[in-house]
Every structure is written in structure tokens, then in C-alpha cells.
Design a protein around this ligand. Structure first.
Ligand SMILES: C[S@@+](CC[C@H](N)C(=O)[O-])C[C@H]1O[C@@H](n2cnc3c(N)ncnc32)[C@H](O)[C@@H]1O
Length: 359
């Protein structure tokens, strides 16, 4: 009879892991409650009231006091909000408000917490997809485009003028002079909207598969008479030519495509002489071992698993995932024919890498 190998069981390692799992349960709950605090305006209300009772806070935020009090229970026991048990008042320390309120932009981490609810909205779907290997579709997710737009507005759009465009010397001057710009996988199109306002002599086009992602921005642009901005609803995997552009951008929009290499080939073919491709994508590595040191890795792999990978597979794509890695991105850009490729990381954005690819 074969003897089973003896497994050493380390009791103290197990006790530590049990404690870790308690933290996991508490922090996962806190992340969802943080999302609710953001969406209901509770953090902003708390910040505008130095010290408040639950009733005063509920009135300020125009919410039901009973739910506000229970939510405060989460925030106090999680050490986010301070509580005076005698006066029954609550206070949000300014050092915490600096990461949770609208005024905290671009550091408002409550915005990013909304992705927990987005991921949870497809839990049932994904359990089934684990079994059949099929993909998902954008309409399966609750609020994906809305949350994506809010997150990239604070991380990317707000940094365009001061951090991202200056990566390419002379680019701002060219935009001031008047050039043609295309944003592929534009989502809500807020990056194009910001640039169209800042550079009236240039012409901007946003293309996305999902019209519902950009329709609100399109209406806003028409209302503001922004005649240098247009949006097109198009499946980029079905397009062979987009025309010629001086600048093409892709913000977090290559790895989850049906055909990421095909998109980069299309971008390369759509650049005019002297044109530039500016691509922002997740700044991870394709090497799992390297990512162990990335403090955002569990979040990024989760977003990849619950969204980026299955939406690509759902379109018939390879499901590269968000952690395709800087290495793979550079290889794909080279394969598309780009001659000079620079990769940057920016101090304000620890999640992403910024690629400048020239013809
Ligand atoms: C992660 S989102 C990024 C959106 C936006 N660039 C931003 O940063 O907020 C990726 C976008 O790519 C779009 N997309 C995915 N597959 C596409 C396809 N085949 N053709 C056009 N757009 C596509 C999605 O609809 C989605 O809006």
C-alpha cells in the first residue's frame, strides 16, 4: 500500500491566515460600503459638517436616517469615521476625507471602490462562464461605463494637460495649431471632450463599440456647440480604415478588444506622416511572480477576471486580460510596425503605463 506523504501543518501559520481572512471579510464589506458612501454623497456631507449626529447627517444628505446610522456603524468600526459615544456624533478626519470625497479628486479612492459592485453584478454569470469558458458582454454589467468614466476622469482625463500630453515634446503646440485626433475605445469620451474644449483649432473623433457609453457626452457637446468633436459607434474589429490622424489615443482600451493586435495594426495604418500613438494601459507585468510585489495586483487581476478577459472572449477575442503586461504591449506595438516606442510611468498614477509609439 502506498503511504501518503506526511503534510506538515503549521498551527501558527494557520492562525495568522484565519486572522487574514477576517480582514478580508471586513475590508471587502468596507469597500462596498465605501462605494455606497460615495454614491449617496455621505462622505461629502460628513466632510462639510465637522461633527454631526446621524440625524443631522441624514438631513444634510437627504437620506433615510436608519440606513445612514447603520452605514456609520461600518465606518466607525472600520476606523474610517470617528465617534463620540456621549454626544453620539460622528466626524470624518481630514486625513481620511483626502481620499474619500469629491474634493479629493484625483485621489478619491471611493470612486474606484465602485468597481467592487460592478464586478459583483456578474458573479452569477461568471460562475457559469468558469464552467463553459464562454465570455460576457458589456450589457451584462451594472454601471460599467459609468464607473469606468468616473474613474478615468479623475486618473487620466484630469492629468492630460499637466502630465500626459507633456510626455511628447511639442504635442501641445501641435494641438494648439490644429491637428486631427482619434480616440479608439473612447468609452464616455471625456478625454476627447476635454481636449476639444482646450484646443478649438484641432478636430477630435471618439470611436466605441457601445453607443450608450458616449451618448451623454455627445449630447453635452452638442449643447455646448462643440463643433470640433464627434463620436462614432463602431466595432473596431470590423473596420479596415479609419482615415488619417496626427494623434491617436487609446486609454485602457487595447487589452480587452476582440483583436488587440488587429487594433494596433489599424492604428498604425491610420497615422498620418509624423503621427503619434499615445496608449495608456495597465502597468502590470505578464509575469505573475513579478506582480506579487505590485500592491494593486489582486484588484487588477480581479478586474481582469471579471471584466477585461471575459468581454474580449465574449467578442470572440483571445482574452489577453488586464495583466497582459508592459512586455506584451511593447511586443504588440513593435509587431504593428511602430519604430520608436517609449514607455513611461507617471508619479500621479501607480496603476498605469503610458506608451508613446511613433511611425
Ligand atoms: C476599459 S474601457 C475604456 C474606456 C475609455 N477609454 C476610458 O478610459 O474610460 C474599454 C472600451 O473599449 C470599448 N471596446 C471594446 N471592444 C471594442 C470594439 N471591438 N470596438 C470598439 N470599441 C470597443 C468598450 O466599449 C469600452 O468602452
Amino acid at each position: 500500500m502506498n503511504e501518503q506523504p506526511k503534510i506538515n501543518f503549521d498551527d501558527s501559520k494557520a492562525a495568522l491566515f484565519a486572522e487574514h481572512m477576517v480582514d478580508v471579510l471586513n475590508n471587502a464589506s468596507l469597500a462596498l460600503m465605501t462605494s455606497i458612501g460615495h454614491r449617496t454623497g455621505l462622505f461629502d456631507a460628513l466632510a462639510s459638517f465637522p461633527i454631526a449626529t446621524s440625524a443631522a447627517l441624514a438631513e444634510r444628505a437627504d437620506l433615510a436616517e436608519r440606513y445612514v446610522r447603520e452605514w456609520l456603524g461600518v465606518m466607525v468600526t472600520s476606523r474610517v469615521v470617528e465617534f463620540d459615544p456621549h454626544a453620539k456624533t460622528y466626524a470624518l478626519p481630514p486625513e481620511h476625507a483626502a481620499f474619500l470625497t469629491t474634493a479629493a479628486k484625483p485621489d478619491n479612492m471611493a470612486v474606484t471602490c465602485q468597481f467592487i459592485g460592478v464586478m459583483a453584478s456578474v458573479e452569477e454569470e461568471m460562475v457559469a462562464r468558469f464552467r463553459d469558458g464562454a465570455g460576457t458582454h458589456y450589457h451584462d454589467y451594472c454601471r460599467f461605463h459609468e464607473v469606468m468614466a468616473e474613474d478615468s476622469a479623475q486618473l487620466v482625463v484630469s492629468a492630460l494637460m499637466d502630465h500626459i500630453l507633456p510626455l511628447e515634446p511639442g504635442l501641445i503646440a501641435r494641438l494648439q495649431g490644429g491637428i486631427d485626433v482619434l480616440d479608439v475605445g473612447c468609452g464616455a469620451g471625456r478625454a476627447m471632450m476635454k481636449l476639444a474644449r482646450a484646443f478649438p483649432a484641432s478636430r477630435f473623433t471618439g470611436v466605441d463599440l457601445c453607443e450608450d457609453a458616449f451618448v451623454e457626452t455627445q449630447v453635452e457637446a452638442a449643447r455646448s456647440n462643440l463643433s470640433n468633436l464627434r463620436f462614432l459607434a463602431q466595432d473596431l474589429s470590423q473596420v479596415t480604415s479609419l482615415g488619417k490622424f496626427d494623434l491617436i489615443t487609446a486609454f485602457d482600451a487595447v487589452h480587452d478588444q476582440k483583436d488587440p493586435q488587429g487594433l494596433l495594426d489599424l492604428v498604425h495604418n491610420s497615422l498620418a506622416e509624423g503621427g503619434l500613438f499615445l496608449m495608456q494601459d495597465i502597468g502590470g507585468s505578464r509575469d505573475l511572480q513579478t506582480n506579487i510585489e505590485n500592491p494593486f495586483a489582486p484588484l487588477l487581476y480581479s478586474l481582469s477576471l471579471m471584466h477585461c478577459t471575459p468581454v474580449s472572449i465574449g467578442q470572440g477575442g483571445p482574452g489577453l486580460g488586464a495583466m497582459w503586461g508592459i512586455e506584451t504591449a511593447q511586443e504588440y506595438l513593435e509587431r504593428a510596425g511602430f519604430g520608436q516606442i517609449e514607455t513611461h510611468t507617471l508619479p500621479h498614477d501607480p496603476l498605469n503605463a503610458y506608451f508613446l509609439a511613433h511611425l
